[in-house]
Design a protein around this ligand. Structure first.
Ligand code: IPD
Ligand code: CA
Ligand code: CA
Length: 267
């Protein structure tokens, strides 16, 4: 295994143990609202400290971009670790065991290694650039479906961008007409990984942050999937509007999106 991936796996496991020990223990951890309906717990913060401290033991002069602590470490470094300590905080707070630790390493802006760990399922999704993607050490591939017929698609409601809800619901209604069914799980990094291993045929969401998708994006690409924005370009890096699947499913999803008619979600 790529040595940096090895360290990332160690960090994800350490934070994952904290999640597993605390999930379902409502009342034992603090919950705050960062913004309306955007939660953080002291376990999120502890997980982030744990991940950074494990990484820092091996890589003292790298930079760290964590959801909860922002940019720390050596801001000049060409190596930057992007960390979501608990992706799926709302699930965690509600005692729903579907959340993950997400860690990606970027070098000069390019993602080199990625880890998404689901501690409740003990599932470790990993990828290294050019070396493929794995789940618990076994190679994974995106599903081979050729159209949306029979497809299981994952998505999310734009609850943090309520002004886009009308346009999104139009898209949703188009989508449900074309595929078999739709899921909303509450954990973007696992949504991406589930596409990577073929559990979902495709996934689309708007307004994700770098820590939500940095690791999952590499895992999907290394599993043979495509990741684009709603117009078929890499604009998601800025907008966070992400759409993915195998090339056929991406093409079909882009048709359903019909961005000309949905300007509200193109930004
Ligand atoms: C959220 C989850 C959720 C997605 C949101 C994210 P958080 O991350 O990934 O599935 O729909 O857009 O912000 O806040 O739980 O780390
Ligand atoms: Ca997140
Ligand atoms: Ca988070």
């Amino acid at each position: 295994m790529h040595p940096m991936l090895n360290i990332a796996v160690r960090a994800a496991r350490a934070a994952g143990n904290l999640i597993a020990r605390n999930i379902g223990q409502q009342g034992q951890f603090s919950v705050e609202e960062k913004k309306k309906d955007d939660l953080v717990t002291d376990i999120d913060r502890e997980c982030e400290r744990t991940v950074i401290s494990v990484l820092q033991r091996s890589y003292r002069d790298h930079a760290f971009l964590g959801e909860e602590s922002g940019l720390t470490g050596n801001a000049e470094s060409e190596f930057q670790w992007v960390i979501d300590p608990i992706d799926g905080t709302t699930n965690f707070v509600q005692g729903i065991g579907h959340c993950a630790v997400s860690i990606a390493l970027k070098r000069a802006g390019k993602t080199e290694v990625a880890v998404v760990f689901d501690p409740m399922m003990n599932e470790m999704f990993t990828a290294a650039r050019g070396e493929g993607a794995s789940l618990n050490g076994r190679r994974i591939r995106v599903a081979s479906r050729t159209s949306l017929e029979g497809a299981l698609i994952c998505t999310a409601f734009p609850v943090r961008y309520r002004e886009r809800m009308g346009a999104y619901l139009e898209l949703f209604s188009n989508l449900i007409d074309h595929c078999a069914d739709i899921r909303r799980t509450g954990c973007a990094s696992l949504d991406l990984c589930y596409v990577a291993c073929g559990r979902f045929d495709g996934y689309l969401e708007q307004g994700l942050k770098a820590w939500d998708f940095a690791a999952g994006e590499l895992i999907v690409r290394e599993a043979g999937g495509l990741v684009t924005d709603y117009t078929g370009t890499p604009g998601y890096v800025k907008s966070g509007n992400i759409l993915c699947g195998n090339p056929n499913v991406v093409r079909a999803l882009l048709n359903v999106c019909n961005p000309q008619e949905l300007p509200a979600i193109l930004r």
